[in-house]
Ligand binder design. Structure first.
Ligand code: G6P
Length: 608
């Protein structure tokens, strides 16, 4: 994954790079480094650990004077986290320096060839081949050298490069890893993502695959891989700068949990018009919607969990068969596309490597692709035939909350649209759904008011070894996400199980006191789930149940109960997930962990 940033302009570069890297730390945080041209030579500092180690080492950048530089925050792929493997990487003469996000797949072969030519490798990274290849091809023309390197390497990259010979320029190139360019009155910038440069500019150019850029203090020049000059138009980013700051909350995760009413409202409201769901971005006529015979949803992580909810909702409400796949599996399973298939790729970042590859696979088969994406202008948004944006705003915490909530809200809208045009719901049912949908933000707000209660409960489980989340139907989909939230930030082992499946093996893990979180929001499945609760209680489990208001009798079976407000059966996920997110957050907090940056993870997974 990794985050890269670069600056050239009138101001000191190091503080700008450190500030930008801080906004990109969600992409990786096992080491960080910067390289700055100081008027005489390129100097570099890089160190294992969080960015704050680098900040201390350089006194906030003060020890690294100069107005041009590149920086990197790493999520290790090739080579363990260490000072040596940290980026940037220099050539032997310290005349070329590189930062890289992505993976060079043919690096082993290239490394052997370069070693045979006498190049000495200092690190275990794939990136180091880039700097030696650049040295090999460089004859005074940086663009020509970069082009040749791009033709030799396979894999993905966003690169920031400096040449000592050209100290008044920084260079960058990309293929399959995100890279943006920002133009500001005090200089020009490159970065992996918008928040890194939002403080300096809102004018952003999106780099396409196999493009190169050369920045000076005053100019930005784009080239394709053949060295032809390109004209590009900037996009204005309208994100609120505060949205990417903590705004008084202890963690981004808590702030983002609290932003969910707004995220859901912003995703729903503009699309509810005149007693109808209007999704102009779908670009499909009612006849085309009626002609869809199958939907194929592909995503990773929580977005995949949103997809599973989408399956239950789309099939249940609109009676369309839906397949849901993990993108990393989908891309290599030779999927079968029937005529009339609509592919939906769900992604917060719009940059997840496997999801992007799945999108391309679907397009290769001539299937129409709809992206449900949060980051405007991201790769998936640009490559999909149509994009339905989730309006959750920037999400910084590695564990997603508000983007997930916005994704399921977008899927409800889609299901309602399909249901309406295909006549699987009556107008009366439709209007009731619409009103239930409109109430969700307020109901989420009410649930957020439970935070102290959940925190007290969470504090009882700080030393747990493992937990289970169970449910049926949509409750199973909620369990998957609740369990992931808990384990990714608390490091407590947790599994989600379809409640009826537990007895086929996993129930043997239930012991005296094991916490089982049972979701029971689906009225038609309620008695079945109660039976499953009884089964685990008989084996000694302590059961926390999440159910709808009105089911007071559940207190005779479950040990601890959280009630969610009444809503349409298809929408309960939006409410039941709130206490589970808070539970995960408070367990992590109580265990003294780094909630926003859990170990080994990164938010935007731009490698396979
Ligand atoms: C990472 C994040 C998850 C996210 C998943 C998919 O694993 O930590 O929160 O759900 O990637 O990311 P995407 O940006 O495609 O939604």
């Amino acid at each position: 994954m990794c985050g890269i940033v670069g600056y050239i302009g009138e101001n000191q570069a190091a503080p700008i790079l450190l500030d930008g890297l801080a906004k990109l730390e969600y992409r990786g945080y096992d080491s960080a480094g910067i390289a700055i041209y100081d008027g005489n030579e390129i100097r570099m500092e890089k160190v294992m650990g969080r960015l704050k180690v680098l900040e201390e080492l350089t006194h906030g950048g003060e020890t690294m004077p100069g107005c041009a530089g590149i920086g990197h925050t790493r999520w290790a792929t090739h080579g363990c986290p260490s000072d040596t493997n940290a980026h940037p990487h220099f050539n032997k003469e310290h005349s070329i320096v590189v930062v890289h996000n992505g993976i060079i797949e043919n690096y082993a072969k290239l490394k052997r060839k370069l070693e045979a030519k006498g190049y000495e490798f200092l690190s275990e990274t794939d990136t180091e081949v880039l700097v030696h290849l650049l040295t090999e091809y460089y004859d005074g023309d940086p663009i020509a050298a970069i082009e040749r390197v791009m033709r030799r390497v396979e894999g993905s990259y966003a690169l920031g490069i400096m040449f000592l010979d050209h100290p008044h320029h920084i260079y960058a190139a990309r293929k399959d890893s995100p890279l943006i360019v920002g133009a500001s009155p005090v200089g020009n910038l490159i970065a992996s993502d918008v928040p890194a440069i939002l403080r300096y500019t809102r004018n952003v150019y999106y780099m396409e695959n196999e493009e190169i850029v050369c920045l000076s203090k005053e100019n930005i020049r784009f080239f394709n891989i053949d060295g032809d000059k390109l004209e590009k138009t900037p996009t204005t980013i309208d994100w609120d700068i505060d949205a990417a700051e903590k705004g008084g909350y202890e963690h981004f995760m808590l702030k983002e949990i609290y932003e969910q009413p707004k995220a859901v409202r912003d995703t729903i409201s503009p699309r509810l018009k005149n007693n109808d769901v209007v999704i102009e971005e779908l670009g499909m006529t009612d006849d085309e919607l009626r002609a869809v015979r199958k939907i194929s949803i592909v995503a990773c992580g929580s977005a995949y969990h949103a997809g599973i909810t989408g399956k239950y909702v789309l099939e249940g409400m609109a009676r369309i068969p839906v397949e849901v796949d993990l993108a990393s599996e989908f891309r290599y399973r030779n999927p079968i596309y029937e005529e009339g298939t609509l592919a939906i790729i769900i992604s917060q970042s719009g940059e997840t490597a496997d999801s992007l590859a799945a999108l391309r696979e679907a397009k290769k088969h001539g299937v129409r692709v709809l992206g449900i994406v949060n980051v405007v202008g991201s790769s998936i948004a640009r490559e999909a035939d149509n994009v339905m944006y989730t309006w959750a705003g920037p999400e910084i915490s590695v564990a997603t909350t508000k983007a997930y909530s916005a994704q399921i809200a977008a899927l409800y809208l889609l299901a309602m649209k399909f249901a309406k045009v295909r006549g699987t719901v009556s107008q009366e049912e439709f209007l009731k759904m619409q009103s239930d949908l409109e109430q969700l933000p307020e109901q989420i707000e009410t649930l957020l008011g439970m935070k102290e209660k959940i925190q007290r409960f969470a504090n009882r489980y700080l030393a747990a070894d493992h937990m289970f989340f169970i449910g049926r139907g949509i409750d199973y989909a909620i369990s998957l996400e609740g369990s992931l939230k808990l384990k990714e930030i608390s490091y407590i082992h947790s599994e989600a199980y379809a409640a009826g499946e537990l007895k086929h093996g996993t129930i043997s893990l239930i012991e005296d006191g094991t916490l089982v979180v049972a979701l029971a929001t689906q009225e038609n499945l309620y008695p079945k789930t109660i039976s499953n609760i009884v089964e685990v209680k008989t084996r000694g489990a302590f059961v926390m149940a999440v159910t709808n208001f009105g089911h007071k009798e559940i207190e005779k079976t479950a040990d601890y109960v959280i009630y969610i407000p009444k809503t349409n059966q298809f929408f309960t996920n939006s409410l039941a997930i709130i206490p589970l997110q808070l539970f995960g957050y408070y367990v992590s907090l109580g265990r003294g962990l780094d909630v926003d940056k859990p170990r080994n993870l990164a938010k935007s997974v731009t490698v396979e």
